[in-house]
Design a protein around this ligand. Structure first.
Ligand code: ASP
Ligand code: MG
Length: 404
């Protein structure tokens, strides 16, 4: 008998029929002798709809009220999922995040888990019940409802799997696993049987949309085995675990992409201590998450710095950088909103010289110009023009022998 945390959300519980199918899957899992804890996030596009409702109603965005509103999507979902489980003959009980024992900080809309007290869920399990927990939510120590942020239900599931000592955390979604590239862009992408935490973390950091990056970080820290799989076909998906050093790895296992990058270049900067600090402090204070940064070798005491920011921050970042021009003693600021990033990822690249060269050659052969480059021990990323992204992803997928 295993203890399994199963997480469902979005399209997987998009309507009544889907919810009944999910309940059948839970019933099958229980019938095989397993204990199941469910984590459910809001149905379909409900979270987006609630956000739109708030925007339509008012200009204010009080964090406490926003969290009350958004978390209602998950509360509704757990109640109906529990009812569908009753119809399957299971004893199920729904729980809000607070009832399930999630204590968070009071940072509304992006709360962090501070403590998790699972006694009540353990009790329910001991009584032979299936607990159904609302994802992405908790209670602050003032007793206010908090939302863990977009994609937070994956984190709820991983945290519960860790706290309950579950054998596996199954993240069900509308794709059948983790792919070597986005199958919508690369039809010959392959589903991976396994991927390491480190690799998946690099992939989610460079554009792979699921699972949520924060949940992968959490799973890696506590070594919670993940199984990313389909809620539509129920076939086995991708296992995410610690790296298996006994296996010889291909050097590149995936090509990821991010369509939403803007590039800003500050030229003619004085090459002296403190300039980069001033520039990036300006952006940090506006909450901008800067991605790639490249500084040129200085020439006659002057240098250039280019960096990328998420598209949604592009206009504000450009304006802030322009405003800081005087403080920076820089000559000029230019921006280009139409950039994208393509990355290759794989643990094997640590010991395989020439991977970067192959990447750059493949892009060159396809006539794609590289604007910026950054690397980690297991990833190489290139910033390119957005219009060439699709070609770049396909070219690299083929060049590294990943096509099915
Ligand atoms: N429903 C929330 C969202 O769409 C939380 C989640 O799904 O993880 O982001
Ligand atoms: Mg979601």
């Amino acid at each position: 008998m295993a203890l399994i945390v199963q997480k469902f959300g979005g399209t997987s519980v998009g309507d009544a029929g889907r919810i009944r199918e999910v309940a059948e899957q839970v019933a099958r899992t229980v019938a095989r002798g397993n204990q199941v804890v469910l984590v459910v996030s809001a149905m379909g596009k409900e979270t987006d709809e609630l956000l739109r409702l708030a925007a339509d109603v008012a200009r204010s965005r009080d964090g406490r009220e926003m969290d009350m509103l958004i978390t209602s999507g998950e509360v509704k979902a757990v109640a109906v999922v529990a009812m569908a489980l009753h119809d399957q003959g299971l004893r199920a009980e729904s729980f809000t995040g607070g009832q399930a024992g999630f204590v968070t900080d009071a940072n509304h809309q992006n709360a962090k888990i501070a403590d998790l007290r699972v006694d009540r869920l353990r009790q329910a399990l001991a009584e032979g019940k299936v607990p159904v927990v609302a994802g992405a939510q908790g209670l602050s120590d003032h007793g206010d409802v908090t939302f863990l942020g977009r994609g937070g239900s994956d984190t709820t599931a991983v945290a519960l799997a860790h706290a309950l000592g579950a054998d596996v955390c199954e993240l069900y979604t509308d794709v059948s696993g983790v792919f070597s590239a986005d199958p919508r862009l690369v039809p010959v992408a392959r589903k991976m049987a396994t991927v390491s935490f480190d690799e998946l973390l690099e992939m989610t950091a460079t554009g792979c949309p699921k699972p949520a990056m924060r949940s992968v970080e959490f799973a890696r820290s506590y070594n919670v085995p993940l199984h990313v799989r389909s809620a539509f076909t129920w076939e086995p998906g991708t296992w995410v675990k610690m790296e298996d050093d006994t296996m010889e790895q291909a050097s590149v296992i995936a090509v990821t992409h991010d369509t939403s990058d803007g590039k800003i270049t500050v030229s003619g900067l004085a090459d002296r201590p403190g300039v980069a600090g001033t520039l990036f402090r300006t952006l940090a204070d506006r909450g901008v998450n800067v991605d790639m940064i490249v500084q040129n070798v200085s020439n006659g005491g002057l240098t250039d710095i280019s960096f990328t920011v998420p598209s949604e921050n592009f206009d504000a970042s450009l304006e802030a950088t322009r405003a800081a021009l005087g403080d920076l003693g820089a000559r000029e600021v230019t921006g280009d909103a139409d950039m994208a990033k393509v990355s290759i990822v794989g643990s094997g690249m640590k010991t395989d010289p020439g991977v970067a060269a192959r990447m750059f050659e493949a892009l060159a052969t396809a006539g794609i110009n590289i604007e910026m480059i950054s690397t980690s021990p297991i990833r190489t990323s290139c910033v390119i023009r957005r219009g060439q992204l699709e070609a770049a992803v396909g070219t690299l997928h083929t060049a590294f022998g990943l096509d099915v």
